[in-house]
Design a protein around this ligand. Structure first.
Ligand SMILES: C[S@@+](CC[C@H](N)C(=O)[O-])C[C@H]1O[C@@H](n2cnc3c(N)ncnc32)[C@H](O)[C@@H]1O
Length: 290
């Protein structure tokens, strides 16, 4: 099905305005596949007709549907595996010592799609009961798309989805089989919360996250929007927190707010100059709470 240049520019503009994601020329082939089910369900004949309805603003829910359909929601449990090993070997042992008094960790999976990343983190902790018994592990998953957040909250995955990334023993241990598929067991579900949130807006818990993951989300943001997203992420982190990007992504040359952790490849820390500002902020906050 053909789409005119002006229509594809309108779609690209809508997507970027709502999410920061750029639909570059080389990715415009996705439009037809992504929107075909909306055309079918709404009985709309062509993509250009869809754009006309969007532009006329006759169907307010339609633009949300279109934006969500254009987003890339690809994800799977323990995606790329190594990052989870890096967390396990470097960040978690350090945080276990630093947070020993409060026994609380806050983790943010930003751009969590249908929730596999957040539940993988929950499994990581649940599989080390001796280490984390008595701790409160608070995992927050957020995404700009309401439909993927609904799926994440529902915590039910197809056979194909659980097979991607999970060992059979993990599926049996952490899921129950239901008529709709494999549902994450209640104790894991309880440790994870999900919210709709746009990364370009203020973070959900300023200065409070011990670990933030934002993997495979920022790839198609313009340099300016990427810098803004990194700024938001840095401001969400505890001064000694850890940040993780996807394989093949980097903060180098994109932001001064975060820098690579010299000890663990793939982990980033809040920049030192920011740390002193933020430590002063933390101290002020503690003093006002006392
Ligand atoms: C490719 S998925 C990655 C999911 C997971 N982080 C992973 O690596 O497996 C990217 C997700 O980022 C979300 N996303 C895109 N732009 C966003 C934004 N501005 N704010 C929050 N989430 C966004 C998309 O909806 C999508 O679910």
């Amino acid at each position: 099905m053909q789409i005119s240049d002006s229509s594809s520019r309108i779609l690209a503009g809508l997507l970027e305005a709502r999410t920061g994601q750029q639909l570059t020329m080389s990715r415009r082939w996705r439009i037809e596949t992504a929107l075909s089910s909306i055309l079918r369900e709404r009985g709309i004949g062509t993509l250009d007709e869809l754009i006309t309805i969007l532009v006329m603003g006759k169907d307010p829910g339609l633009s949300n549907l279109v934006v969500e359909a254009l987003l890339n929601n690809e994800t799977y449990f323990f995606r790329d595996r190594t990052p989870f090993d890096v967390l396990q070997r470097h960040a978690l042992p350090a945080l276990a010592v630093k947070r020993a008094a409060k026994k609380r960790l806050r983790i943010w999976s930003a751009g969590c799609s249908t929730g596999q990343e957040a539940y993988s983190l929950a499994m990581l902790f649940a599989e080390q009961p001796d280490q984390w018994n008595g701790w409160t592990i608070d995992i927050l998953g957020t995404d700009v798309s309401g439909s993927v957040i609904d799926r994440a909250r529902n915590a039910t995955y197809s056979q194909f989805e659980v097979q991607r990334g999970l060992a059979i023993t993990q599926t049996i241990r952490w899921f129950e089989e239901t008529a709709d598929g494999w549902r994450v067991v209640e104790p894991l579900r309880k440790s994870v919360r999900f919210h709709v949130h746009n990364l370009l807006e203020l973070p959900p818990g300023p200065g409070s996250f011990d670990i933030v993951l934002c993997r495979n989300v920022l790839l198609y943001l313009s340099p300016e929007k990427k810098a803004l997203a990194f700024e938001r992420i840095a401001s969400s982190m505890a001064v000694d927190g850890y940040f993780m990007l996807g394989a093949g992504e980097t903060v180098i040359g994109q932001t001064k707010k975060l820098h690579a952790d010299g000890k663990a490849r793939g982990l980033y820390r809040v920049d030192n100059r920011d740390k002193s500002d933020r430590r002063a902020g933390d101290e002020r906050r503690s003093a006002s709470r006392a």
